[in-house]
Design a protein around this ligand. Structure first.
Ligand code: AMP
Ligand code: ZN
Length: 476
């Protein structure tokens, strides 16, 4: 298997660090102050493709995902308000209830998208002690300093700082547009522990050796990753926005302590972007315009797997621009695929041959080759279409290959086609006959008769919907 590694900026062969056959993965999870938007969900779909591919290659997976339920400030510069506290006041909810509400919503979303769940979920608020202990270790190494509003990491003291984003500290300083906050030594220094304001009680705060306050955002991932996955991990995931600050800071918090290279592969899927009204391309946002959530798509009649199908159509390292017409295309494409598989299943049921094992192994090997090449999902989808449409491959073999397709894509084709067949079976035979007669009438260009038959079908309470691969009958 080959995978692009952000830190080397090349595609490298992947093998796990340890010989226990387990791939250790840490993925940055959601900040639970609002629903996840479909951009966030694109990243989790791409991480799921990574996991499915690793499993397909025979490795076991230990996947840890955090839930950020504290201390994620609106700005990366450790200033501004706390997103969680803002969310709670917006909703008029107790902050803990709000965190639970959006954690539950997130787990529901990823379940709807057929994303495999992590092995371990961990909440930042359940690991305050581990975060304090890690800050103490950094302090004992002389890497921290205290200013009025908190304990900060002195990035000038970590010589590899910025390597992940491909920039040295000097370059980062030169490129910085923000003013250095009061007392901060370097533009890239970041808060490890923030003090609560003396005159105000925060909704979430804890005692610490440095006083009452709350952890900086970056420390939680380092502390929990070390707790659950040890000193070295195979793959660390998160969207591309995390490269230059969050993940760069995570490395700075771990490597001076362990004196080891922490992460073998950095996996950073690209963003979903929204076309803006002025034609420009904008970042997705929870605050501007229509807030694109999976629930919104569901309320508009899309199945969550339509969105998954849409996401699989683009490579994870390419930006994807969201539009409803494109999502409509994906919806239609998924329906066509399910219909095609249901036809294959019927043909396989009537066939006197059985699955050609040699051909099936060949198809499996080809799919593996495609996905193992840096998770090429668009090519995989094209290959699947071509396979299912290929008249040289017999139906039982095609049908057997759907199991592999489901493993790799998470599209639940088997479940969907079985449901479709079931639904079709409930259609009265006389209606199916009328519909078939209509197909023949159309073939003979007897359109008057075809229209009459369509009307008869309507009178029975059904409608015929024509599509590229034929037609389907639906209840009115
Ligand atoms: P957050 O809840 O903001 O911490 O984001 C959760 C995950 O979604 C992180 O891995 C982010 O990098 C990722 N992410 C944020 N915005 C987008 C976007 N527009 N497209 C894809 N991934 C995103
Ligand atoms: Zn993180």
């Amino acid at each position: 298997m080959h995978l692009f590694n952000t830190i080397s900026r090349t595609i490298e062969p992947f093998t796990p660090i340890f010989s226990d056959n387990v791939v250790r993965i840490y993925a940055c999870g959601p900040t639970v102050y609002n629903y996840a938007h479909i951009g966030n969900l694109r990243t989790y779909i791409n991480e799921d493709t990574l996991k499915r591919t690793l499993e397909f290659n025979g490795w076991k997976i230990k996947h840890v995902m955090n839930i950020t339920d504290v201390g994620h400030l609106v700005s990366d510069e450790d200033s501004g308000d706390d997103k969680m506290e803002l969310g709670a006041s917006r909703e008029g909810l107790n902050i803990w209830e709000m965190a639970q509400k959006y954690t539950d919503a997130f787990i529901r979303d990823i379940g709807d998208l057929n994303i495999l769940l992590p092995t371990i979920w961990c909440k930042a608020t359940d690991h305050i002690q581990e975060q304090i202990e890690l800050i103490q270790k950094l302090e004992s190494l002389g890497l921290t300093y205290q200013i009025a509003d908190g304990i900060y990491y002195d990035t000038a003291k970590f010589s590899d700082y910025g390597a992940l984003g491909g920039q040295s500290l000097e370059e980062l300083k030169a490129g910085a547009r923000v003013q250095l906050a009061e007392g901060k030594r370097n533009i890239t220094d970041f808060a490890l522990w923030k003090f609560s304001p003396a005159d105000k009680k925060r909704l979430m705060e804890w005692e610490s050796p440095w006083g009452r306050g709350f952890p900086g955002w970056h420390i939680e991932c380092s502390a929990m990753a070390m707790k659950y996955l040890g000193e070295q991990i195979d793959i660390h995931c998160g969207g591309v926005d995390h490269i230059k600050v969050h993940h760069t800071n995570e490395i700075a918090q771990v490597e001076p302590v362990t004196k080891k290279r922490w992460v073998n592969f950095w996996f950073h899927p690209e963003f979903l972007i929204e076309k803006e009204k002025d034609g420009g391309e904008g970042k997705m946002s929870k605050s501007k315009g229509e807030f694109l959530t999976l629930s919104l798509l569901k309320s508009k009649g899309y199945h969550p797997l339509d969105y998954r199908f849409y996401a699989l159509g683009s490579h994870y390292r390419s930006k994807l621009s969201f539009s409803y017409p494109a999502l409509d295309g994906a919806k239609q494409g998924r329906q066509n695929l399910i219909k095609l598989v249901s036809e294959i299943a019927i043909e396989a049921g009537n066939s006197s041959t059985i699955c050609d094992q040699e051909k099936l192994s060949e198809l499996e090997a080809k799919m593996k080759e495609i996905i193992n090449n840096d998770l090429n999902t668009p090519l995989l989808m094209a290959f699947i279409w071509n396979t299912f449409k290929n008249s040289d491959i017999d139906a039982p073999t095609k049908l057997a290959s759907t199991k592999i397709v489901d493993q790799l894509t998470g599209l639940s084709l088997i479940e969907s086609y079985q449901k479709l067949l079931q639904e079709n079976q409930n259609i009265p035979p006389e209606v199916v006959e009328l519909a078939n007669e209509r197909v023949n009438a159309k073939k003979q260009k007897d359109f008057k008769r075809a229209d009459e038959l369509r009307d008869q079908v309507k009178k029975c309470g059904y409608k015929i919907v024509d599509d590229k691969s034929g037609y389907k009958i639906e209840k009115l």
